[in-house]
Write a protein that binds this ligand. Structure first.
Ligand code: CO
Length: 133
């Protein structure tokens, strides 16, 4: 069901500073910057071989990423696994007793459908599942 690591999400206070580190210092290719209004974040995506690094800057105080930054500070936020069909994966994982944040997929960055699993059920790791639309 899980095909690969799609990306690793990292919460930052300042996207421009994050880009300065990942693009200019680490030399990683910046694939794009995108506002994801549904999740209250601005996202910068970098290529890391087959996977990606996703920097997340909150665009509103109500954003889950803003709350994460306020309580935990910047750093590792989530890991995203690519699946062939997010809605089917959420249904199956939910039926196995894992607590879901999203019971149905919603729109993510870069023409994807995404859904999150609750870290209380996954050993403290916020897990995102995505699939291409
Ligand atoms: Co993500």
């Amino acid at each position: 069901m899980i095909e690969r690591i799609s990306h690793i999400g990292i919460a930052v206070h300042d996207l421009e500073r994050g880009i300065g580190l990942y693009r200019d210092v680490f030399g990683m290719q910046l694939l794009g910057i995108e506002d994801v209004a549904e999740q209250g974040v601005r996202v910068a995506m970098f290529r890391a071989g087959e996977s990606r690094i996703e920097l997340l800057e909150p665009t509103s105080a109500e954003s889950p990423v803003a709350k994460f930054l306020a309580s935990r500070g910047p750093g590792l936020h989530h890991i995203c696994y690519e699946v062939d069909d997010v809605d089917r994966a959420l249904k199956r994982i939910g039926e196995s007793g894992v607590r879901l944040i999203d019971h149905e997929s919603r729109r993510g960055a870069g023409d994807t459908k995404v859904g999150f699993l609750h870290p209380n059920s996954t050993g403290g790791v916020l897990i995102e599942l995505n699939s291409h639309v």
